[in-house]
Design a protein around this ligand. Structure first.
Ligand SMILES: Nc1ncnc2c1ncn2[C@@H]1O[C@H](COP(=O)(O)OP(=O)(O)OP(=O)(O)O)[C@@H](O)[C@H]1O
Length: 283
């Protein structure tokens, strides 16, 4: 099983006035402006907002994974021990030490050619000197830890031979086996059904709690946000419209946009009980 977890920084994320721009055929497009966020170590923070509001742009900027042609600026951008403002935009993409990412679709994130054992073993060996044989044992243990019942078979399998839920579990194991200080999860369950989404969010939050890993996740599902985050950041058109304690914000939103988002985006788990309403007149 994984070894000791070292001391954690007081704040995993300190960002002030972050902006993200993309170069397009029509010139520069500003996707995110004036984004500020502080996440203390061990907190679980959800970023919510409609499609195109800039959630992924923020998270990929913090992970150093924006595409070439993107420009990031900030007054402060400290992720764990790394000062992102010291990194030139031309260096994108880069690895931010202590940060792991779980993406929405494991099929796109995992390599179809290599077996799960090879990919998970490589991630484990990336942490430090470990023999191939030892990495294989640890890989099997990590698969069990993420709820895979037949690890020996899955270690030999290639990603396309697994179900979508199993692939997400494998990606969670790959992301967490390095015992990161910060896990960024970009809609980690949105391609899965409701029951599986809840199971995987339970898994992610219990493993990150065990490891002392801070969680920054994007979700469209307000029910999952309510159940699995301590703080919520609401984004609209590239800006933060509201942020605070999840229970408080969801119970008594101060921004009209948040109220409208809550009215039109109930949890998938509640869809049987609610009629969707239409968002109108929100600017
Ligand atoms: N590589 C890119 N080049 C140009 N524009 C981009 C690029 N990536 C994102 N955008 C634009 O930036 C804006 C924010 O996109 P982003 O993906 O960050 O939003 P989002 O809230 O994560 O959306 P979704 O929930 O659909 O993933 C959108 O208008 C999007 O079209």
């Amino acid at each position: 099983m994984p070894g000791d977890v070292g001391p954690r920084a007081a704040n995993a994320v300190e960002v002030e006035d972050l902006s993200v721009r993309y170069r397009t055929a029509d010139g520069w497009f500003t996707a995110v402006s004036d984004f500020s966020l502080t996440v203390s170590s061990g907190q679980r923070v959800a970023i919510v907002g409609e499609s195109g509001s800039g959630k992924s742009s923020v998270c990929m900027a913090l992970a150093g994974l924006l595409p070439l042609g993107a420009a990031v600026e900030a007054t402060t951008a400290r992720i764990i021990e790394t000062d992102l403002t010291a990194r030139p935009t031309r260096a994108i993409p880069y690895q931010v030490p202590g940060v792991s990412v779980v993406f929405q679709n494991a099929m796109n994130a995992l390599d179809p050619v290599w077996t799960v054992g090879s990919q998970l073993g490589t991630a484990i060996r990336g942490r430090g000197a470990t023999s191939r044989a030892r990495a294989r044992v640890l890989a099997g243990e990590w698969l069990e830890r993420v709820g895979i019942r037949d690890p020996a078979r899955v270690l030999r399998a290639r990603p396309y031979e697994l179900s979508g839920g199993m692939r997400q579990r494998v990606m969670i194991a790959i992301a967490l086996c390095s015992q990161p200080e910060l896990l960024i999860a970009d809609e980690p369950t949105s391609a899965l059904d409701v029951t599986l989404s809840v199971d995987l969010l339970e898994l992610i939050t219990s493993l990150t709690a065990d490891l002392g890993t801070t969680l920054l996740m994007i979700t469209h599902d307000i029910g999952l946000c309510r159940a699995y985050s301590d703080r919520v950041v609401v984004m609209h058109r590239g800006r933060v419209v509201e942020q605070g304690d999840t229970e408080q914000v969801l119970a008594a939103p101060s921004a009209d946009y948040t109220a409208a988002l809550l009215a039109c985006a109930p949890s998938l788990a509640q869809l049987n009980d609610h009629r969707l309403t239409t968002m109108v007149g929100v600017s």
